[in-house]
Each structure stands twice: as structure tokens, then as C-alpha cells.
Write a protein that binds this ligand. Structure first.
Ligand code: NAD
Ligand code: DAU
Length: 363
């Protein structure tokens, strides 16, 4: 039975990954989820799996070397899948330091603990693998139509978030090159789907539209993101870890580029279509809620992944069309209204007021 150490499993993609893995492998794997439970980590995302005998949660910070090395000492870890990170660009612009700490130092500590635990003689214990989950934002911004991010595209990060992820990727590459460490890196485009925290565009727009609140669109709304349904991403991660060539990087994306303003219109149309007549929320949904606000500083114009390598070498292709994925996502938020109420209480209100008040004031 393989033992997985998943970091950041209480967050959006990590929780979807853990659900996917138990659905796929059931009792034939064991998962240890290590998460510091920051504002973005929510054990409620994992309540369906928490009673499984082959699942363990450990509350720990990946920057805590002692705690992480103890996990490796006490468990024979076969796979590391590293999601834990500070993940929101806007927060990184306001408070960059924690991004460097968690994303850079945390990744280094995790790499080092895995390397120490897996070392045997001159090499490594057979079959051990580390997968570092990263982002397309490390490649910077595409300005011309028809250009795509390939694995060979030079890194050109612009935000403190993407700079910290680029640094963490470089550290993983350095371990591969220096120590022949058995790792892969995946660089994925924008995810959407269940359990996404409503600081990110899609859940924020769904949440605000249902409440009849303003829908903040940064700048001219024409920045382009390449959206991928989260289940397609987590499936790709598993495929890369099992079928990829060690030491390689794989880009993950679905050729689904959309301007932000298009996303907002699609959400409004889909909400109107899915809500029954007479539902008071339906009356509140209106294009008039769209509010152009001050742009994100250093806002990357366009991201677009070329997923050719993962397709040709591993056979992964995206399966969820955006029209289906957004309906599934909205259906999930309808069914989990209490989840949304809970995550948007307390600290979220303070965050929201600060982040969006400053944009409206043009501070
Ligand atoms: P998220 O913010 O929803 O979750 C991050 C998780 O990491 C949370 O559970 C949080 O508690 C945990 N965490 C944060 N700091 C920690 C620390 N110091 N120690 C232990 N746990 C800590 O993020 P997400 O959107 O699920 O992203 C997961 C990973 O995927 C990140 O590495 C991100 O860079 C990458 N990624 C995200 C996207 C996307 O669209 N969301 C796309 C490509 C890559
Ligand atoms: O590309 C992958 C990245 O996608 C991940 O690495 C990040 O972790 C993830 O957060 C996401 O980053 P983005 O900055 O692209 O996602 P976000 O949802 O914050 O914003 C998407 C776009 O929408 C972006 O152009 C900014 C814009 N936006 C965002 C918010 C929150 C708005 O116009 N209004 C908003 O209120």
C-alpha cells in the first residue's frame, strides 16, 4: 500500500485531490494530509473522508522542520504531493512576506526532509516520488494572440505570489539537478470548481451575484485566464506522478481562454438559468451589478497553456467543457450554501472590506 504525504490538503485543490484519490484507489492507498489550516484551509472540505482508516490529518506548518521531519521518521512515505502555499495574488501584493516564507522556505524544508528520509547509500530508496504543484503564472504574461506557455518558456514572474512560486520551482529543479532527487513539477492554469475560497474570481462572483452585491471587475475586464475544472487538474497530477518521466516539468491546461468580463457574464446567465422562477435570488441577479474597479497592480494580461507535452507523453486531456464545469460548480455552491456562509463570516468580511474599499477609493 502506498503512503501519500499531501501538503495543503485542506485547501481548494488539495481537498479535491484527496477526494479524487480515495474515489480512484479506495482502500489501496493511505493519505496523510499535512496542513497548517490558514484562512484558506478548511477541514470541512474533508468531512467525507475524515473517518476513513486510511486517512490521517496532521496540523503542521511546512516551515516547521522538526514537525515535518518527524512525519517522515514515523511514516514510510512513498509519494509527496505538495499543494501547500499562499495562493492569492491580491494578498501577495499587500503582504508579500508570508508568500516567501511558506512558498519558498516551506518548499525547501519539505524537499530537504523528503531527501533525507529517502536517501539510501549513494541514491534513493526505490520508487519514491515528489510532485510539486505549481502555476502558469511563473511564465509571466502573454501579450500577443497565438502565443502559449510551453515548458521551455522562460520564467518571468511579476507578482510576489508568482515570484515565490517561481522560486519554489527553481528549488525543486535544483534538487533534481544537484541531488538527482526524484521529483516532477506541474504548472497549471486557473482552476475552478467545488471548495474554492471566495476570494478568487469565480466563487466571488457567484457569491456576490446571489446576494445582489456589486461584482468587482479589475481594470477593463479584458485580462484573459485559461480555466480548467479542478477535477481535470487533480487527475493530471496523479497521472504525472505515476506516468511522467522523473525530473520533468508538465504544463496542465485546457485551451479554455476567456476574458474576465466573459466569465462574469457566463456566471450571471448560468445563475439565471439554473435558479427556479420565484426564487428571490433570481430577481437580484443583474448585469447592473457589474462594477469596474481599480486594476490589480502589475496585472498580467493573458495566460494560456500549451498542454501538448502532457497529452503526447502521458495521454492526459481535459475532459470537462467550461459550460458543464461552471454548471457543476454553481450547483455545488447552491448545495453548499452553509459552507459559503461559514467561510464568509468573521475574517472574510474584514478582508473583503479592506480589499475592495481600497479599489473603490482608488487609494
Ligand atoms: P488554497 O489557498 O485554497 O489552499 C492552500 C492550502 O495550503 C490551505 O489548506 C492552507 O491552510 C495550506 N497552507 C498554507 N500555508 C501553509 C503552511 N505554511 N503549512 C502547511 N499548510 C499551509 O490554494 P489552492 O488554490 O488549492 O492551490 C494549491 C496549490 O496549487 C498552490 O501551490 C497553488 O500555487 C497551486 N495552483 C493553484 C491554482 C489555482 O487556480 N487555484 C492553479 C495552479 C496552481
Ligand atoms: O493561473 C493560475 C493561478 O490562478 C494560480 O496560481 C493562483 O493560485 C490562483 O489564485 C489564480 O490566480 P489569478 O490571479 O489568475 O486568479 P483570481 O481568481 O484572483 O483572478 C482571476 C482574474 O480575475 C484576474 O485577471 C483578476 C480578476 N479579478 C479577480 C478578482 C478576485 C477581478 O476582476 N475581480 C476580482 O474580484
Amino acid at each position: 500500500m502506498k503512503t501519500y504525504l499531501v501538503t495543503g490538503g485542506a485547501g481548494f485543490i488539495g481537498a479535491n485531490y484527496i477526494h479524487y484519490m480515495f474515489q480512484k484507489y479506495n482502500d489501496s492507498i493511505r493519505i496523510i494530509n499535512v496542513d497548517a489550516l490558514t484562512y484558506a484551509g478548511n477541514l470541512e472540505n474533508l468531512k467525507d473522508v475524515e473517518k476513513r482508516r486510511n486517512y490521517t490529518f496532521i496540523k503542521a506548518d511546512i516551515c516547521d522542520r522538526e514537525a515535518i521531519s518527524k512525519i517522515f521518521e514515523e511514516n514510510d512515505i512513498d509519494r509527496v504531493v505538495h499543494f501547500a502555499a499562499e495562493s492569492h495574488v491580491d494578498r501577495s501584493i499587500r503582504s508579500p512576506e508570508i508568500f516567501v516564507k511558506t512558498n519558498v522556505l516551506g518548499t525547501l524544508i519539505l524537499l530537504d526532509c523528503a531527501k533525507n528520509a529517502w536517501t539510501e547509500g549513494e541514491g534513493y530508496v526505490q520508487g519514491k516520488k515528489f510532485l510539486h504543484v505549481s502555476t502558469d503564472e511563473v511564465y509571466g504574461s502573454l501579450e500577443r494572440a497565438g502565443e502559449y506557455f510551453y515548458e521551455t518558456t522562460p520564467y518571468d514572474p511579476h507578482s510576489p505570489y508568482s515570484a515565490s512560486k517561481a522560486s519554489s520551482d527553481m528549488l525543486v529543479k535544483s534538487y533534481i539537478d544537484t541531488y538527482k532527487f526524484p521529483a516532477n513539477i506541474t504548472n497549471c492554469s486557473n482552476n475552478y470548481g467545488p471548495y474554492q475560497f471566495p476570494e478568487k474570481l469565480i466563487p466571488l462572483i457567484i457569491h456576490n451575484a446571489l446576494l445582489g452585491k456589486k461584482l468587482p471587475v479589475y481594470g477593463d475586464g479584458k485580462n484573459v485566464r485559461d480555466w480548467l475544472y479542478v477535477r481535470d487538474h487533480v487527475k493530471a497530477i496523479d497521472m504525472v506522478q505515476e506516468l511522467g518521466s522523473l525530473g520533468q516539468t508538465y504544463n496542465i491546461g485546457g485551451h479554455n481562454e476567456k476574458q474576465n468580463i466573459e466569465i462574469v457574464h457566463i456566471i450571471l446567465d448560468t445563475l439565471k438559468d439554473m435558479l427556479p422562477e420565484g426564487d428571490p435570488r433570481k430577481e437580484r441577479i443583474s448585469e447592473e451589478l457589474i462594477t469596474y474597479v481599480e486594476d490589480r497592480k502589475g496585472h498580467d494580461r493573458r495566460y494560456a497553456i500549451a498542454p501538448d507535452k502532457i497529452k503526447s507523453e502521458i495521454g492526459w486531456v481535459p475532459e470537462t467543457m467550461f459550460a458543464d464545469g461552471i454548471r457543476k460548480t454553481i450547483a455545488w455552491y447552491f448545495e453548499n450554501a452553509e459552507w459559503m456562509d461559514r467561510v464568509t463570516s468573521k475574517d472574510y468580511q474584514k478582508y473583503y472590506e479592506e480589499m475592495y474599499q481600497f479599489r473603490e477609493d482608488g487609494e
